[in-house]
Design a protein around this ligand. Sequence first.
Ligand code: NAI
Ligand SMILES: O=C(O)C1=N[C@H](C(=O)O)C[C@H](O)C1
Length: 251
Amino acid sequence: MIRVSVVGAKGRMGSHVVDAVNGAADTQLALALDAGDDLKAITPENTDVVVEFTVPAVSLDNVLALVAQGVDVVVGTTGWTEEKLARVREAIAAGPRPESQKVFIAPNFAISAVLADHFSTQAAKYFESVEVIELHHPNKVDAPSGTAIHTAQGIAAARAAAGLGPVPDNTQTDGGSRGQVVDGIHVHAVRLRGLNAHEEVLFGNAGEQLVIRADSFDRGSFMPGVLLAVRKLAGDAPAGLTIGLDKFLDL
Ligand SMILES: NC(=O)C1=CN([C@@H]2O[C@H](COP(=O)(O)OP(=O)(O)OC[C@H]3O[C@@H](n4cnc5c(N)ncnc54)[C@H](O)[C@@H]3O)[C@@H](O)[C@H]2O)C=CC1
Ligand SMILES: O=C(O)C1=N[C@H](C(=O)O)C[C@H](O)C1
């Protein structure tokens, strides 16, 4: 049995992870912690893998603490920047298990979103225009979504590798309607009661359009991906920091 501790266990995602861990035949819940609890309770003696779904403001500190305690971590929380990722790599190198420590961070665990991201990166070099729209429940604290940032970054990298220039845009005045620009790609965020997690990537050429869309209607859609990551970290995932569920899929 893989012993799994959950940090952020009372949250929307954390509570689903607790249920998923309790419901799977090969995992068992070790500790379920939330704000105010002492992370030091999680040790290699009681936990094989920690799953961390909290808030962007605290996730880095949680991961650094867990790495210092020598436990492997699956992270679903958003808000990761290159600077924060560098801090995690440094912590692994300076931690108690530099050769075997595993940390896995995924902007999205739903297969539909991972594939939409993957297909968007593939499509990127064939289109002059592209914009990303993400749509979420209004309780979400960050905008744009971590997934949308990741998608935009992947599209921008693919465009750069193909030698494409900037997307065409003759906007002369903008009060914010053109969205946030991530690596040159415009990203728009919608918050609407009734929605869960959705992303649409619009590609355009003269006379044609491609739309790639992923819809997660229920948080249960993230759980197979979370359990896959837990099993990979308890199994043959490489040591060090790994980013993106696509690394564990045969894409
Ligand atoms: N990677 C993925 O597939 C997905 C990622 N997310 C991301 O996961 C994160 C959490 O989302 P939700 O569960 O909807 O948020 P939420 O607000 O429902 O849950 C966050 C939980 O973290 C707890 N928390 C806050 N500070 C803490 C601390 N220092 N230590 C331990 N627990 C602490 C809160 O009390 C709360 O229970 C967000 O960043 C969200 O964007 C959400 C859905 C899917
Ligand atoms: O807060 C959410 O709900 C979600 N957050 C993640 C993100 O910001 O990309 C993943 C998914 O979109 C749901």
